[in-house]
Ligand binder design. Sequence first.
Ligand code: TRP
Length: 336
Amino acid sequence: MPKQRVLSGVQPTGNLHLGNYLGAIRNWVESQSQYENYFCVVDLHAITVPHDPKILADNTYKIAALYLACGIDPADSKIFIQSHVPAHTELTWLFNCITPLNWLEGMIQFKEKALKQGENVGVGLLDYPVLMAADILLYQADLVPVGEDQKQHLELTRDIAIRLNFQFGSEEKPILKLPQPLIRAEGARVMSLTDGTRKMSKSDPSELSRIHLLDSPEEIQKKIKRCKTDPIRGLTFDDPDRPECNNLLTLYMVLSGQSKAAVAAECESIGWGQFKPLLTEAAIAALEPIQARYQQVMAEPGYLESILRQGREQAAAIANQTLADVRSAMGFASPL
Ligand code: TRP
């Protein structure tokens, strides 16, 4: 049996944080040998809100380097930059012409982001999920690892594929494969350090709310020192009245690689003053190898470039085939 194909992407906006790593990338790494993986840096998505052209390219390379630093292995996984495979934008256009406007207007993330943008809502922001559908469907992906916030986008992706297959394919020979969500049982949900009820997020205005993968030990120490706690002594998991406590214990458990029972026993009778240094140490130790590998990758730009070039070639070969199939099903004249 050939391996199932997995596709995912990260936007090159801001730094990756512990939520991105523990909730997503670490899982990709753990299961990468089971699948045929395509991991892209979705730079075209990053310009759907106003962006700074001076840092787009650097941020794009940075995410690619962080993929490698986190353990994505080019032997199992292709790493590439979305805009380097022009089929993404071309398929997006073809999809645009079969996607009802009201599917997009109703997307939760669009409505939330549009509110934040005020007057300055670009067409690209509305079209964001169609571009994401193109990312996935171009590779005939079987599985897409998604968090809660991307589920609706994956459903839309399936709806677009169903519609295109229905309008231009035949039942015996669908043009596009319907992807399934890859949901993992123990994918850690990392919450903000300043509010245990909200997800750790790139868009939180407070830097203190998250730990970046490239934070120095001093920064990590400062952020944990200032993080929100509660006045109760004795730290326990799963107390609904203590969201911060549950989040910090979970982080400690995952970062230190201990079992829940071991952490529960270690922390049941200690206070925050004792706990914070433990968490700080675990975070610094867990990030140290990633940071070292990142520095190594960045010191050797030729290596990263060769990975990305290879990734682009392998990605383009599949993407161009799918694009050609869709063009032909939609009745376009073949290029001469
Ligand atoms: N929308 C995703 C996010 O913000 C990023 C993304 C773009 C993506 N294209 C994708 C994720 C394709 C999975 C598959 O997290």
